[in-house]
Design a protein around this ligand. Structure first.
Ligand SMILES: CC(C)(COP(=O)(O)OP(=O)(O)OC[C@H]1O[C@@H](n2cnc3c(N)ncnc32)[C@H](O)[C@@H]1OP(=O)(O)O)[C@@H](O)C(=O)NCCC(=O)NCCS
Length: 185
């Protein structure tokens, strides 16, 4: 493995960059406080900006670690911070990791996440040397499944009662993966 940390990456429309402490207001307003964004996630919508600040604090200090990958998704044209994408589970001994993402409701339906995800998959395979990238989504979260398939990950099956929702209910997860040998630029 050849870890490089959260390096700035460009795509056609979004830019992917490190979070900063002063992103708290945009993060809170654009996605983190929204119950609809968090509906299928493991975390609950933030009740106050203090929660957002605390999380940003943890993310920003984690950037010291070269194995830590957490990007803010910024629309290049407007410079708006619309969401986050990062490596959620890093199982280095098996050369694999898991990616998670979310963007604000006002930005859904523009294909932004697929653009960001494609770029990150390329980075993780070609620069860091991962062998397998996996993504899981709550079975009910069909929009996430569409993004994953657009990025050519393969459906591997349903993991029954494998997830815990932010309402603390056990949920089925759909598992997808892509291997370096089958990835194409
Ligand atoms: C799931 C999510 C990442 C999709 O990102 P996105 O950039 O909007 O994805 P796309 O633009 O490719 O749209 C995917 C599908 O969402 C649906 N969609 C698009 N716009 C929508 C809107 N305004 N409202 C509801 N659904 C919409 C469409 O069915 C679309 O499929 P299509 O492109 O085949 O028409 C985004 O909705 C999100 O961040 N949701 C909340 C957090 C989350 O669920 N994260 C994933 C956890 S596994």
């Amino acid at each position: 493995m050849n870890h490089k940390g959260t390096k700035e990456l460009e795509t056609n429309r979004p830019k992917l960059r490190r979070f900063k402490l002063d992103d708290a207001e945009e993060m809170f307003n654009n996605w983190a406080s929204d119950e609809k964004v968090a509906k299928f996630l493991t975390w609950k919508e933030h009740e106050s900006i203090d929660v957002t600040k605390k999380i940003l604090d943890e993310w920003v200090s984690s950037y010291q670690n070269e194995e830590y990958y957490q990007w803010g998704i910024v629309i290049r044209e407007t410079n708006e911070l619309i969401g986050s994408i990062g490596v959620a589970g890093n199982k280095e001994n098996k050369l694999m990791c898991e990616i998670g993402y979310c963007i604000g409701r006002n930005y859904w339906g523009n294909g932004y996440v697929a653009e960001a995800l494609n770029r990150i998959i390329k980075f993780l395979f070609t620069e860091i040397n991962y062998n397998r990238i996996e993504i899981v989504h709550a079975v009910e979260n069909v929009n996430s499944g569409k993004v994953i398939r657009k990025c050519n990950l393969k459906f591997e099956g349903i993991l029954r009662d494998r997830g815990l929702s932010n309402r603390l209910e056990l949920i089925d997860l759909a598992m997808y993966s892509i291997l370096r040998k089958e990835w194409k630029d």
